[in-house]
Every structure is written in C-alpha cells, then in structure tokens.
Design a protein around this ligand. Structure first.
Ligand code: NCD
Length: 494
C-alpha cells in the first residue's frame, strides 16, 4: 500500500475514513505516542526539496509510533549529488531495511517510480528486507501532495463539519501548486460541490485537472471568491518559474494579497486555509483573524500523517501490477464489409478507391490527428492524403467537421483505436479497393509505451533512464480520452 495520489483514498481508505482516523489520533498526538507501536519498522524520510511542516510532522508521526527512522534533508549528503540515479537510491534504501519511504522531490512521478523499483527489489534481489515497502508522496514537483490533502480534509471536517455541499475557492499559482491539484482531485466528485478557481493569466489550473469537472468557474480576480465557504490560498511557486514568469509574477502579486479589506468583502463566515509557507498573500495584519485557519490546519499535519502511517502498517499490502502495462498489440475487431453506396453524392472532396477515410473529425482537429501520425511514425510528409476541413455536417453544434482521406494507406489498428479514443465521434472507414467499405469501432487501448516521450522536463521519465514513458488512456466514451503520462499526468498531444 502506498500514498501516491488521491487515487489511494478509496473504499475503506476514503477521505471520511482518513479523517475519522486522524481525529482518533488527536489524543495520542497530544501525548506524543500511540497505543500501537511499530518499533521494528524503519522509515526513511527523504526530503530532497525544502520543507518545514511536512518534514517535521511526518517525523513526529513516525516517532509517535516508536519507529526507527533516518531523515535525509536535501541532496548534499547523499550520492544523488554524485549522479546516482533515483532507481539505485531507492534500491539502496530498501536494501538497508526501509519499510516506509516518505519522499519529497521536484521530480514528478518519482513516488510511483519508487514504488515500482522497491517492489521489484523485494521480489527479485533483497536478502534481508522482507518488505513490503510503503511509499508516501510528500510532494512531487508541481504534481501532487496527497498527505497535505489528508490534513486539509481533516481541517475542513473540523471547521465545516462536512466534506461535501460547499463552495471551495482555490487561489494562487494553480498551475504549479501541487496542494491545489490534490485538493481538487479529492473534492471534484463529491455531491453538491462548487469550485471557484482564481489565478492570474498563464497560471490557471491545468486542463488535466479541470477536464470533466462540473460546477466550476475561473477568474483572475479575488472578487470571485466572495461567496465561498472555504478559500484555499497558496503562494506563487517562484522556484518553479522561468526568470520571465518570475518577473511577471512580481508585477501582479499585489493583486492577490488577502488583507482586511478583501476579507471583509467576502462571505462573513468564510474560512481561509493555506498549506503554508505564506509569503505575502495573507497580510500579517489578519494573521490572528478567526477566519484565517492556516495554523490550525498545520497542526492537523501530525494526526493526519499518523492516520496514513497507521493505514500503511496495518492493512494488507496492495501490489502495483508491474505486468499491466503491455502494449495492446492486436486491436482490430472483425467486421463485415458493406458495399459502397455509389449513389451517395460526395460534395466536398475527391473520393478515394483504396485506403482509409477518417470522417467526422471535430472541425479544426485534423492537426491533432497529424501529430498522432507523426508520433506513431505512420505517415510521412510525402504520403498522398487529402485534408478537408470545415465540411458542413449537421451532427455538430457548429455544423462543421473535418475529413481526412488517406489514399492507398491502411491505418494501423493501434493508431485508429487511439484516434477513436480521443475523438469518440470519429468514423474510420477502410476501403480495401474491392468496392466495399468497412466501418470500424475499436476498443480503447490501455496504454501507449512505444515511440512516446513525455514533454515535461521535470518528469521522472526524463530524469532517470530506467523510468520508461507509459501513457495511459484516461476518460470515458462520451468525453473522449486524454492520453496522459502515467508518472506526471502530462498529455501526450491534447
Ligand atoms: C506546500 C508544498 O511544499 O507543496 N507546503 C506544504 O507542504 N505544507 C506548499 C508550497 O510549497 O507552497
């Protein structure tokens, strides 16, 4: 069992269960101990990025359970500084007996990679450590911070008395704020939720998190937060910005300061949370205002992390399925060819006799399909094809579609299936050249592993050569799928 993303908070480990357990730990946290002790378990706290609260409260949680632990803060004293890979670093820690590894790093997807490497090490190499090894993600770059969300949720239950039916404002550097991403993931499907996402232009919540999200508005202004029950404020992540973006942030940051006047202009029962550290986004003059609950929130860090550790050390270990990621090789279903209706008028393009016609592409999206072709290396610039854009079609709200005709070209099944997964309305027509036509629907592939590369430099796949890119299909038959890096969530094309 690991705590890697909000996907790890389901079933018996729901947010409710986590909050209830965190609350039951409150008395123990006060007494700096717990009735249940794990004195034989070793924990390594590997904090490769700066941390005050998360590092300290994780260490306190470990100590309250009587565990043995090593704290590594920064890369100065470990061999990563000499160029040792993440994979080898994790292997070493497991070989030296670690049963829990709490990891904070700027490398996105490193916790999932750690979980795979550690499991493989226990299965195939380890002499001394019987495992299993539990990974706790204490923040991976701009991606996720699930243990923070566990304490944020505990705070929301404490202050509102419920975990649904409220308006949640999230404000700040929503593009790079990992606490914001995990918080939105945690609450997105809860009943009666409304979201107000406030960020300066260019630092908005990434599409991968708003995709399919209901009941949300986006704004650049703090005024949009007036009716929120909870405002979750965050700092600008300057260390993750280019010098140019940093200059831009310096020029607009004064617009994002919550001071007395701003606070008084909002719903009078609002509660303002903040994962901390704050820089200047909550003015010091309102630090002691009852509506600011950021410091109480930080106190829940110990109990929430005790709750998570308790879960990891007492529940049966759930393995990561290392064999699940096989390329889906044969996707072509069997269909019966139909005769081509030669009476049907073709108005907008030159019909082809043999090849593939990709029809009902949403207007203007052919470029994305061409990007797919280039990734799959299946159609070079010289191949004869016709692109017909903005053809009239009553099926679409704007009455337009694109059609792509590939003369004498048999589209490989995996490419066809990928196109249909992204654009479920697309029809793929195969013309074998004998006067018949085959219209096919393909099953959604599970993942892509060949010829794919993650465009995010901070992704573990671009940092450790043992971390091979894997892109997973995420979506539904109605919304269509996004094809996302399994480690950092970046989209392959869309
Ligand atoms: C945050 C983090 O490191 O992600 N803080 C925390 O863990 N409590 C927020 C931040 O750095 O802005």
């Amino acid at each position: 069992m690991h705590i890697i993303s909000m996907r790890d908070f389901r079933g018996i480990n729901s947010l409710e269960a986590t909050v209830a357990r965190a609350e039951s730990m409150r008395d123990w946290a006060r007494r700096n101990t717990c009735e249940i002790q794990f004195p034989h378990h070793k924990a390594v706290l590997l904090f490769l990025e700066p941390s005050t609260r998360t590092m300290y409260s994780t260490e306190q949680a470990v100590l309250n359970f009587g565990m043995r632990h090593t704290l590594i803060a920064g890369t100065d004293h470990i061999s990563i500084l000499k160029g040792e890979s993440f994979a080898d670093t994790f292997r070493m820690l497991v070989g030296q007996g670690a049963r829990v590894i709490a990891l904070r790093t700027k490398v996105e997807g490193a916790p999932l990679f750690a979980a795979k490497i550690c499991q493989q090490y226990i299965d195939e190499i380890s002499i001394i450590n019987p495992g299993p090894v539990n990974i706790i993600n204490c923040g991976d770059g701009r991606q996720f911070h699930p243990t923070q969300t566990a304490l944020d949720t505990t705070t929301i239950q404490w202050t509102l008395g419920r975990l649904d039916r409220f308006t949640l404002g999230i404000v700040g550097d929503l593009e790079n704020g990992r606490t914001c991403h995990s918080l939105l993931e945690a609450f997105r499907d809860r009943p009666g939720m409304k979201f107000v996402l406030v960020a300066p232009k260019g630092l908005e919540m990434p599409k991968q998190y708003t995709h399919g999200l209901q009941n949300y508005t986006e704004s650049e202004s703090l005024d949009a937060l007036a009716d929120c029950d909870i405002v979750y404020d965050t700092r600008f992540q300057l260390e993750r910005h280019s010098p140019e973006v940093r200059r831009y942030v310096e020029s607009i940051r004064h617009l994002y300061i919550i001071n007395q006047q701003v606070l008084d202009s909002w719903n009078q029962n609002v509660r303002v949370m903040h994962p901390l550290p704050r820089v200047d986004e909550i003015a010091p003059e309102i630090s002691l205002d009852k509506r600011i609950i950021a410091f109480q929130q930080a106190e829940f860090g110990i109990t929430a992390r005790m709750a998570l550790l308790f879960r990891l050390l007492t529940q049966p270990f759930e393995r990561i399925d290392l064999t699940a990621y096989r390329q889906v090789a044969e996707l072509a279903p069997k269909d019966t060819p139909q005769p081509i209706d030669s009476q049907k008028p073709v108005k907008y393009f030159q019909p082809i006799e043999r090849g593939t016609v990709i029809d009902h592409v949403p207007a203007g999206q052919t470029n994305l399909i061409l990007k797919m072709f280039s990734t799959f290396g299946c159609l070079d610039g010289n191949s004869p094809h016709q692109i017909v854009q903005y053809v009239k079609s009553s099926r679409y709200p704007d009455n337009k579609k694109d059609v792509l005709l590939l003369n004498n070209f048999d589209l490989p099944s995996l490419v066809a299936a990928t196109i249909q997964a992204v654009f479920p309305q697309v029809t793929i027509n195969r013309l074998p050249g004998d006067g018949t036509i085959v219209k096919r629907r393909y099953p959604v592939p599970f993942c892509l592993t060949e010829n794919v590369h993650c465009s995010n430099d901070a992704c573990i796949t671009n940092v450790d050569h043992e971390a091979k890119p894997i892109f997973i299909f995420n979506g539904t038959p109605t919304t269509g799928h996004r094809i996302q890096c399994e480690y950092c969530g970046s989209s392959l094309w869309n």
